[in-house]
Design a protein around this ligand. Structure first.
Ligand code: COA
Length: 177
């Protein structure tokens, strides 16, 4: 097989296997460049991506669901196939309502694996038709998390390498620094 025909075969395979709609769920308190890296990969693989912002009161987010929604929305405008929603309740119920084919999650390091593995299996138990897919964000984001970013921002540290400018400004305002 020539290199060209191999390329065409791969393209056709991708076209046939392409799943249409995935959900990228999270608390996004706040959204970081790491989340945006995962999103950019999902947006290339799927026709439509819905970012689902969990109200997730258990995590005591510093930003309200509406604030997190606005910060996410402001930073995804360049992706034409991305929509943002907020949700409460089970992720699988949202996936059924939106007729999503898959959940996409980022795996930053081995330490993410156990949590993600359990969550994927529980979601599969609740809705066997829903697949969970994992993508690896760029290694420069392997140590980024919303909590660490908040901790740095709280004590006046510079977070511009980890979050977009409007998120950095919102953190400054929230922590009055
Ligand atoms: N870059 C940077 N940070 C990332 C990241 C990436 N690519 N991927 C994950 N993170 C960070 C997040 O910032 C977050 O950091 P924090 O703990 O410091 O806040 C952490 O990793 C966890 O990631 P996140 O995607 O925000 O997961 P979550 O635990 O907040 O969200 C839900 C989990 C919302 C998807 C899950 O609880 C859920 O589905 N809830 C709905 C209820 C439900 O259906 N429960 C049953 C599920 S089995």
């Amino acid at each position: 097989m020539t290199e060209q025909s191999c390329g065409i075969a791969n393209f056709l395979l991708l076209l046939c296997c392409r799943m249409k709609h995935c959900i990228y769920p999270g608390t996004f308190d706040p959204i970081t460049y790491g989340h945006l890296d995962v999103l950019s990969r999902a947006a290339k693989l799927f026709d439509q991506v819905t970012i689902a912002i969990a109200a997730n009161a258990g995590k005591e987010p510093i930003f309200s669901t509406e604030e997190r929604f606005n910060l996410v929305q402001n930073n995804v405008a360049q992706f034409k196939n991305v929509k943002v929603v907020g949700f409460t309740g089970l992720l699988v119920d949202l996936a059924r309502d939106l007729k999503a084919d898959a959940i996409i999650r980022g795996l930053r390091a081995l330490s993410d694996f156990e949590f993600e593995f359990n969550m994927a299996l529980m979601n599969r138990h609740l809705e066997p038709k829903l697949e969970t897919l994992f993508v690896m964000p760029n290694e420069q984001f392997s140590y980024t998390s919303s909590s660490l970013v908040k901790q740095v921002a709280k004590y006046g540290g510079d977070v511009k390498h980890f979050v977009p400018p409007d998120v950095a400004a919102a953190l400054k305002k929230a922590y009055k620094v």
